[in-house]
Design a binder for this molecule. Structure first.
Ligand SMILES: NC(=O)C1=CN([C@@H]2O[C@H](COP(=O)(O)OP(=O)(O)OC[C@H]3O[C@@H](n4cnc5c(N)ncnc54)[C@H](O)[C@@H]3O)[C@@H](O)[C@H]2O)C=CC1
Ligand SMILES: N[C@@H](CC=O)C(=O)O
Ligand code: NA
Length: 445
């Protein structure tokens, strides 16, 4: 095989400003410096890291980076750049700095899903108007190439459903609780130490981070803007060790799923449901095998059928890979000319309420061990048009003068979310019910 001919022509230089030097930023800086020659060969221009905006120049850092690169003057750094990489996180000053970068003609790469889900359209429109690129592959599912495949590779198809695990921290916590019996707080502390969690981990455990990603995925998949407020969001803070053990006993694993799917509304028109919630999956389901901080996303499209994307969804180095991919792509466009499009908004499908979704439920009940209890419960399900798929019963004999009780674990067939919610509400009111111990949605059955 012949080697590519060497050229002695001097390469142009593109100035790159980095905002933030935390888990991801420090790895991006390292790769930009260590891999400069390879990147230049791929781009046809050299990337010069002109500075790294930080809160304090003297703060101790793990990564060894030249001290002279650090500055606290993010505004000036942005103004002199061709490409700005925003990895500070949070809404402000990230938003103002990105707009400033765009106004100065720089292309922007960001991993900031919180900002994009809250105010993405302002940024996309400003970037389009300025003919610069705004890319954010790192914002969803870390290293996994998922946004570009949806935006570009599948742009000739019609996506009908996106379903996946898109938050590494919660997957790590649930996995640790399931496999090692770890406590929630200890598993969360590990996820923070490993660089998976957001600066404020509430965003992870309450589901907001996954909801931001779901909004971004839905917007690109359905060519319609969906914001965080369009996402039904439930995190993992109410999932107990007992829920996990009881699901395990019944052959399930609990995962935090993000789902965006095309449905019909009451009038039979298209609408999209976007939601994030803890979900039971059969243990032989492919998503059940997604361990630790890994993510996986299923995409279903009319012509392509089912596609699955899998990889490291969090962590500094994997996420830096996605950031660098966007940087190389933006830099190539600068060398070759012409910006790409950030989004298309031709879909106009409304966001549907969770009530429009058809789902299965897992319901755990602590009931009195008396004749007729099962009949009363089954009657309520039938009355609401919800069909039971399986029902398992464990008897707990009377102890210490108390009464015998039974633990029921019911899995339903798919039914309207509103019917399922009404069934659970009425079950709670039955005099034979001691407690409703779990109510979780189920996928993959
Ligand atoms: N850690 C991960 O696995 C992933 C993170 N992301 C996103 O990437 C971004 C960065 O994440 P991490 O590196 O994990 O966060 P981090 O908290 O480790 O780093 C952020 C850095 O930005 C600095 N910073 C914040 N505000 C600043 C300001 N006003 N001026 C100067 N510096 C400022 C902080 O001091 C910190 O060093 C966030 O938007 C996050 O959501 C995306 C995918 C994965
Ligand atoms: N906190 C996020 C980081 C990646 O987006 C996660 O845990 O997935
Ligand atoms: Na990604």
């Amino acid at each position: 095989m012949m080697n590519a001919p060497h050229t002695t022509e001097p390469q142009p230089t593109l100035r790159v400003a980095l905002l933030g030097c935390g888990n991801v930023g420090s790895q991006v800086a390292r790769i930009l410096l260590e891999d400069a020659d390879n990147l230049a060969a791929r781009i046809g221009a050299r990337l010069e890291l002109t500075g790294i905006a930080v809160r304090s120049v003297d703060a101790p850092r793990e990564a060894e980076l030249p001290r002279e690169l650090f500055t606290t003057d993010a505004e000036s750094l942005v103004e002199g750049a061709d490409i700005v990489i925003e990895l500070m996180g949070g809404i402000e000053p990230a938003r103002t700095l990105i707009l400033r970068a765009i106004d100065h003609g720089a292309s922007v790469v960001s991993g900031n899903k919180a900002l994009l889900a809250q105010d993405g359209p302002t940024l996309y429109e400003r970037a389009d108007a300025a003919h610069v690129q705004l890319s954010y592959e790192a914002a969803v599912a870390g290293a996994i190439p998922i946004l570009r495949p949806i935006r570009d590779s599948l742009s000739g198809d019609r996506i009908t459903r996106v379903l996946g695990i898109v938050n590494g921290t919660t997957n790590y916590i649930l996995d640790q609780m399931d496999t090692t019996g770890a406590q929630f707080a200890d598993a969360l502390a590990d996820a923070q130490r490993l660089g998976y969690a957001e600066a404020d981990p509430t965003a992870d455990i309450e589901g907001y981070d996954a909801a931001s990603k779901a909004a971004i995925l839905a917007s690109l998949s359905f060519h319609t803007r969906f914001a965080l407020e369009n996402v039904h969001c439930q995190g993992i803070t109410s999932v107990t060790a007992e829920d996990i053990a009881s699901a395990k006993d019944a052959g399930y694993v609990i995962k935090l799923l993000a789902i965006a799917e095309l449905l019909k509304d009451e009038a039979g028109d298209d609408g999209v449901s976007v939601r994030v919630h803890p979900t039971l999956l059969p243990r032989d389901h492919p998503l059940a095998a997604v361990r630790g901080a890994f993510n996986a996303v299923f995409v279903e499209a009319e012509n392509a059928g089912e596609l699955m994307f899998y990889g490291q969804g969090a962590g500094g180095t994997p996420t830096a890979s996605a950031v660098l991919g966007d940087v190389v792509s933006a830099a190539r466009r600068m060398v070759l000319g012409g910006p790409g499009r950030t989004e298309t908004t031709t879909g106009h499908v409304p966001a549907l309420s969770i009530d429009m979704v058809n789902t299965s439920y897992y319901i755990g009940l602590d009931v009195a061990d008396q004749p007729g209890v099962l009949a009363k419960i089954a009657h309520l399900f039938a009355e609401h048009g919800v069909s039971i798929e399986t029902m398992r019963q464990t008897i707990h004999p009377a102890k210490d003068g108390g009464e015998a009780s039974a633990e029921l674990r019911i899995v339903t067939h798919r039914a309207a979310e509103s019917s399922l919610a009404a069934t659970v509400k009425h079950i709670q009111d039955l005099d034979v019910i001691n407690a409703v111990t779990s109510v979780l949605r189920v996928e993959g059955i």
